[in-house]
Design a protein around this ligand. Structure first.
Ligand code: HEM
Length: 316
């Protein structure tokens, strides 16, 4: 059976983002690398020669994805009027603006940036939205408050402006944040010391890798009392809990100069999607969904079997 190009692309993209496992379900090179780090790369090189191995399948998927993206970039680059309002066109227009930009934004680099944005901004968003729908369906009091705020904004066909998204939907924002705390899409963030540095009394020599764990911080009862309770109000800026919290306790988008570049865009998009969804529907868990939910951990977290919900159309 032939698969249409979009489904094929999404399938490959999904495989590329979910197969880079950090635990014992990873490829042989990753599993070995956890115990004997220096063996990881040589074993990976070896496994790349073994047809059907997880390392080889990942490599094949990644190069197929890069090939597809190269084609998309080349096609867009050849368009005389490619517009200015989408990510790829902005990059391509910039790459043609000056000699320095032409040298910096080579076709390879443009493809890599496009891939990075695609990877970074899709599974994270879909996981967060699915988690939100799943969690809200379990908490009728949250659902009621959410619907009240969304309905109070006005007619269903009015799209909120970006200002209104910031000021008129404080509870939607709290629900989004609490969802990201409860199920953190990106549980690990890595840094490499570019020089010897002392952190908290430990000397980290140049080259040391440090793993930050936003997902663990998000469940620390010091900053989030009753961490296993889903309570969006803990993100109300007026609440004592919020005022007391350490400013870096909640870092679902990472931290510092390499934090998520799409953070503001992501928050805006998440709020807008939530508003549109809940204007029309509420959601209930499908009996076909497993309980408790199972997750798979790779560079990002995802649901092992998805989140299965019933859409219930709202009457008014
Ligand atoms: C719920 C949604 C999202 C979450 C939870 C998320 C989370 C993250 C995290 C944790 C990082 C690593 C930060 C660090 O190392 O300190 C990151 C990096 C990044 N994100 Fe996001 N992200 C989301 C949405 C997006 C979107 C929508 C885009 C693009 C439109 C995007 C683009 C990027 C890029 C390009 C990087 C790499 C930045 C760099 O290395 O300088 N992300 N994201």
């Amino acid at each position: 059976m032939s698969v249409d190009p979009a489904t094929d692309f999404i399938g490959k993209h999904f495989h590329a983002t979910t197969s880079l496992k950090m635990d014992l379900s990873g490829s042989l090179s990753i599993v070995l690398g956890q115990f004997v780090p220096f063996l990881q790369e040589p074993v990976r090189q070896l496994m790349l020669r073994v047809p059907g191995s997880a390392d080889r399948r990942l490599e094949e998927t990644n190069s197929a994805m890069s090939g597809l993206l190269d084609e998309i970039v080349a096609e867009r680059a050849a368009q005389a009027d490619r517009g200015q309002k989408n990510f790829l066109s902005v990059l391509l227009n910039a790459s043609e603006s000056t000699e320095a930009m032409r040298k910096l934004l080579t076709p390879d680099y443009v493809s890599a940036l496009t891939y990075e944005h695609l990877l970074a901004g899709s599974v994270t968003m879909s996981f967060t939205l699915s988690s939100l729908v799943y969690l809200v369906a379990m908490h009728p009091e949250v659902e009621e408050k959410l619907l009240r705020e969304i309905d109070a904004f006005g007619p269903k066909d009015v799209v909120p402006s970006s200002d209104e998204l910031q000021t008129k939907f404080p509870y939607v924002e709290q629900v989004v944040k609490e969802t990201m705390r409860f199920y953190t899409a990106s549980p690990l963030v890595a840094r490499e010391a570019s020089e010897d540095v002392e952190v908290g009394g430990y000397l980290l020599p140049k080259g040391t890798w440090v793993w930050l764990t936003p997902g663990v911080l998000a469940k620390d009862p010091k900053d989030f009392p009753d961490p296993d309770v889903f309570r969006p109000e803990r993100f109300d800026p007026e609440s004592e809990e919020c005022k007391r919290r350490h400013p870096y306790a909640f870092i679902p988008f990472g931290i510092g100069p390499r934090a998520c570049i799409g953070q503001k865009f992501a928050m805006q998009q998440l709020k807008l999607v939530v508003i549109h969804l809940y204007r029309k529907y509420v959601f209930r868990h499908s009996p076909r969904m497993e309980f408790p939910l199972q997750f798979q951990y790779s560079i990002l977290v995802n649901f092992k079997y998805g989140v299965k919900v019933q859409f219930i159309e709202r009457k008014n």
